[in-house]
Write a protein that binds this ligand. Sequence first.
Ligand SMILES: [Zn+2]
Length: 193
Amino acid sequence: MVLISCKNCHKVYEKENYEDFICTRCKHKVTRRIKNSLQVSLALVICAILLYIPAMVYPIMEVTKLGVQIESTILEGVISFLNMESYFIAIVIFTASVAIPMIKLVGLLFIFISLKINIKMENKTKNLIFKFIEAIGKWSMIDIYVVAILASIVQLDEIFNIKGGIAATSFALMVILTMIAANRFDTRIIWDE
Ligand SMILES: [Zn+2]
């Protein structure tokens, strides 16, 4: 007799063996472990980290200063908002589009690597880090909302324009890949020997 829980709704079943079955409560396919979960999530995180670079390096917005349009990257944008004494906007942009994605990527990479090589750390701590990332993950869509809202507000002022291009595309892809990586990761692996 084995015990197996549904990863979606956490209902626990008593089964004869680890064969796949459909959860009677939520219709989710219950498997012992999601196949290649660690490898796929790790690959997605590495892709997302690579995308983080063009998102930061290439210009993502146009800031109009004294009638002159200057293309600027996210960080340059934050600095110009600081110079304009729009501290709140500067902090919101920095947190949502620089800090949160970085914390998530570094956290996930750390957990995945710690499972590949044996880092002396309590499994509970790893689980805690993952739970934390999942929790801020719920707020991570903030980056997209912030950019969208700012684009519509500030475009009226004609001070600040979000332009498309490499940086914006990389940024959006990075957010999406990070979400899939965290979502697809089977936390039960943490407890495997
Ligand atoms: Zn279920």
